[in-house]
Ligand binder design. Structure first.
Ligand code: HGY
Ligand code: MN
Ligand code: MN
Length: 429
């Protein structure tokens, strides 16, 4: 649903008029420089590079005079104390880790927005009732360990210290060991849980990672529901043997089974009866990986997304059943394991209403839309009132070196974010 701008009465310039695109662009460039070599930006969950990016965030906030700290889960929080009678904070923020060869905007724009909002508030000496908290979440991308939104899940109490040794990356490093290696205390992660009573509302600004806003020529989107994600690790085990000496009828080819599973997953998601489901296989490894050996072991990962929780889980269960049938037909063993499962989240209307009113106050037309991608706010939304505000993605590209949003299309969203937080600061709902 697209809302046209409210009729154009002249509006007094608010503090958001001070939002500076040059400062935002400088933050983005500073973060973009913190990457492994190669195309795009690679700053993985719980890597030293992610910690260096958190240090950039922390230094900026400390330089503005905010109290800053990093908790045992690796989330970095900065706070501006309020001067009124309300102790429950308003907050904003996002994540600084990326997928391999990702872009420089996914998550990072939301942290740069938080840095800019804090700077405008401090420079303008704006008074606010509530504490304002600005957050860089840790390890939002599931690309390394399978599960997404790890720092925000620990903050929301959805992942505990006991879970952390159970996640491993492709090199066999556990999430707990990766955290310890960068100086965090996974064993104390449960102490990083947020207390709901200490929060009034939290609004995240993020790139859309799709084409809806750009195709409509809009700079602002307000999200009403965030897709869930069920992630499967599938291992097919056949028999590795000579590709020349083995006739076709005697093969137990794990790669052929995996290929049939990938195509089947795509067909299930395209079934009109499952409109809204999205199934992707983004990572697949073949062993022994020799041109002249029939693959004996294939491991692949399936990402099942949906805005309907029942359909999401039903699709994942259907895929597990059908993969098993495809494997049995070729005398190949197959094991499917659920490695992550996040339900869709409907965001509270009253928070979205403040964001929409803020956009109206700026005369900015905006669109209400679902989010296909998952976000930290989805986890935080389990314990405190949450909102998600989108800025456009050029060509809808994300998780790619070509991810891009021009600064002039980020600034309007940051202005809406600042006005939204001011509205939430002054309101009880
Ligand atoms: O995978 C996602 O949807 C998000 O970018 N972590
Ligand atoms: Mn993100
Ligand atoms: Mn992402």
């Amino acid at each position: 649903m697209t809302t046209a701008a409210a009729p154009g009465a002249s509006r007094p310039a608010g503090p958001d008029a001070e939002v500076d695109g040059g400062r935002i662009a400088a933050h983005l460039a500073r973060f973009a420089a913190l990457s492994e070599p190669g195309p795009g930006c690679t700053r993985l969950a719980f890597s030293p590079l992610e910690r260096r990016a958190h240090a950039v965030f922390a230094r900026h906030m400390a330089g503005l005079g905010l109290a800053v700290g990093t908790d045992h889960a690796g989330n970095t929080l900065a706070e501006l104390p309020g001067d009124g009678d309300a102790s429950a904070a308003v907050g904003t923020g996002s994540h600084l880790d990326t997928v391999p060869s990702g872009g420089g905007y996914d998550g990072i724009v939301g942290v740069a927005a938080a840095m800019e909002v804090a700077e405008v508030i401090v420079r303008a000496g704006i008074r606010h009732r509530r504490p304002w908290r600005f957050v860089a979440f840790a390890a939002e991308e599931g690309a390394r360990f399978g599960q997404a939104c790890n720092g925000s899940r620990m903050a929301a109490g959805l992942t505990s210290a006991a879970d952390l040794p159970g996640f491993t990356d492709r090199d066999g490093v556990t999430m707990a060991d990766a955290m310890a290696a960068v100086g965090l205390r996974p064993d104390l992660a449960d102490r990083s849980r947020w207390r709901p009573e200490e929060w009034h509302a939290f609004v995240e600004l993020h790139i859309e990672q799709g084409e809806v806003l750009r195709s409509r020529g809009l700079d602002v989107g307000v999200v009403d529901v965030i897709s869930g994600s069920t992630r499967l690790r599938v291992r097919a085990t056949g028999r590795a043997t000579h590709s020349g000496g083995t006739p076709m009828h005697l093969r137990r080819d794990a790669m052929v089974v995996a290929a049939e599973c990938v195509v089947r997953g795509d067909a299930v998601a395209r079934d009109p009866a499952r409109q809204g489901a999205r199934v992707t296989v983004g990572r697949l490894t073949v062993e022994p990986g020799s041109i002249t050996t029939i693959p004996g072991e294939v491991e692949f990962f399936v990402d099942v997304r949906d805005v309907d929780p029942e359909r999401q889980r039903a699709t994942a269960r259907l895929l597990a059943r059908e993969f098993a049938e495809l494997a049995a037909a070729r005398d190949v063993e197959l094991v499917t394991e659920v490695i992550a499962d996040t339900p869709p989240v409907v965001l509270p209307g009253w928070v979205a209403d403040h964001t929409r009113a803020a956009a109206d106050g700026l005369g900015l037309p905006h669109h209400v839309l679902p989010s296909g991608a998952s976000h930290d706010i989805q986890q935080i939304g389990h314990i405190i009132p949450a909102g998600l505000l989108f800025v456009p993605s050029e060509a809808g590209l994300s998780h790619s070196p070509d991810e891009f949003t021009p600064t002039e299309q980020i600034v309007p969203g940051v202005r809406v974010l600042l006005r939204t937080l001011l509205r939430l600061d002054g309101a009880d709902r």
